[in-house]
Structures are given as structure tokens and as C-alpha cells.
Design a protein. Structure first.
Length: 130
């Protein structure tokens, strides 16, 4: 009998622990925890007339191989705009745009899904080429 009671207590503890883990994963709502929104931080450096972009992302993975396929949240590529015109797709954390004409230019980098729809995550900055 003592062994049976101990097994029941052990089973109860295991069940409570499992429920606590599930409650934490769903944040108590019964729904899966929200997937974090991707973030983007862009830094730009001019080397002569070449624009060097560094893209720091969180909760986002660049994936050139899946472009045009079904969307997977948190994967995709970035669109690069110069003065409002899309000039490139970016598939990594570093990108070089060569031979930018002299003057001040508005640069926008926007994260995009595999089907090119935007995540709504973008950064805009101005650069000056001498």
C-alpha cells in the first residue's frame, strides 16, 4: 500500500509539473505563445561611393533558397530602396551597393516575406556621397 501511495504522489507531482509547463508555454490563455516580431537595425558607411550596409536582425533569418515559396514567419529577405526606388534584394547581414551617385540619398531597408510582402519592419536613413 505504501508503494502505491508513493506512486500516486509521484504521478500527481509529475502531472502538476506538466500543467505548469503547458500553462507557461501558452501564457495561461490556452493559445500558443506569440511569435516575436522581427526587428531590424541598419547601419550605413560610405567607402568612396560604395554604400556598406550592416543589417542586425532579431527573430528573423535570411533565406534566399525559399524566395517565392510559402511564407514561414521569421524568414525571408530584405528590400533595398534608394530615393524611393527598389534597387536590390538583400539575403544576408551585409550588403554593398556600389557606385552611388554624388548627393544625399534616402535609403530604406524593409524586411519581406518569401512572397515579397512586407513584414512592416523597416528602417530609413539618409546618406551623403561626396
Amino acid at each position: 500500500m505504501l508503494v502505491r501511495q508513493r506512486l500516486l504522489v509521484l504521478f500527481a507531482c509529475f502531472s502538476i509539473g506538466t500543467l505548469l509547463v503547458l500553462f507557461n508555454l501558452t501564457k495561461g490563455t490556452g493559445e500558443p505563445a506569440a511569435i516575436p516580431t522581427p526587428t531590424l537595425e541598419v547601419t550605413a558607411e560610405m567607402q568612396g561611393r560604395d554604400l556598406i550596409l550592416q543589417l542586425k536582425t532579431e527573430h528573423f533569418r535570411f533565406s534566399q533558397a525559399k524566395m517565392g515559396q510559402d511564407n514561414v514567419y521569421g524568414e525571408g529577405h530584405a528590400h533595398l530602396y534608394v530615393d524611393g526606388r527598389k534597387v536590390a534584394k538583400i539575403f544576408g547581414h551585409r550588403y554593398v551597393l556600389p557606385d552611388l551617385p554624388p548627393g544625399t540619398h534616402r535609403i530604406k531597408v524593409e524586411l519581406a516575406h518569401h512572397d515579397h510582402t512586407p513584414y512592416g519592419v523597416a528602417q530609413t536613413l539618409d546618406v551623403t556621397v561626396k
